[in-house]
Design a protein around this ligand. Structure first.
Ligand SMILES: [Zn+2]
Length: 137
């Protein structure tokens, strides 16, 4: 298996003489999971740097109260779901606030899932981008 051109799952967002910007999408299809890659040559230090950014979200999947109650009445279900959502969101945010206030940091997990082809494309894109911006000097 070889890397592809154009590469599946890797999008070139912008290109400059000394820098290039890519976005790597997650295989699950969510726009919330991605890597934003910035490869840049610095003429002053004569080095190339690669920045990989991800966006972190709250642990929105965690629940204190079930948001899908087993009730037949549609009105009761709707009110219960709404109240449970508000409560769950309040608990999640309160935990974050508590951790920042008393620990000074918050821990996040962030994932991007790549299939085999994408992983090869990712590696090759990084390899090519570093070479590309490096030859500018
Ligand atoms: Zn994902």
């Amino acid at each position: 298996m070889k890397s592809e051109t154009p590469a599946t799952g890797i999008m070139k967002k912008a290109e400059y003489s000394d820098a290039v910007w890519y976005e790597v999408e997650c295989e699950c299809g969510s726009k919330d999971h991605y890597h934003s890659i910035w490869v840049e040559a610095d003429p002053d230090t004569k080095s190339v740097s690669v920045s990989i950014a991800t966006e972190s979200k709250t642990d929105w999947w965690s629940t204190t109260v079930d948001q899908n109650p087993r009730v037949d009445n549609e009105m009761v279900y709707w009110i219960w779901s709404w109240a449970a959502h508000i409560l769950n969101e309040t608990v999640r945010r309160s935990r974050l606030i508590w951790n920042i206030l008393f620990r000074g940091y918050v821990k996040y997990d962030s994932y991007v899932i790549l299939n085999r082809q994408q992983a090869l494309n990712y590696a090759d894109t990084l390899h090519k981008a570093v070479k590309e911006v490096d030859k500018e000097r």
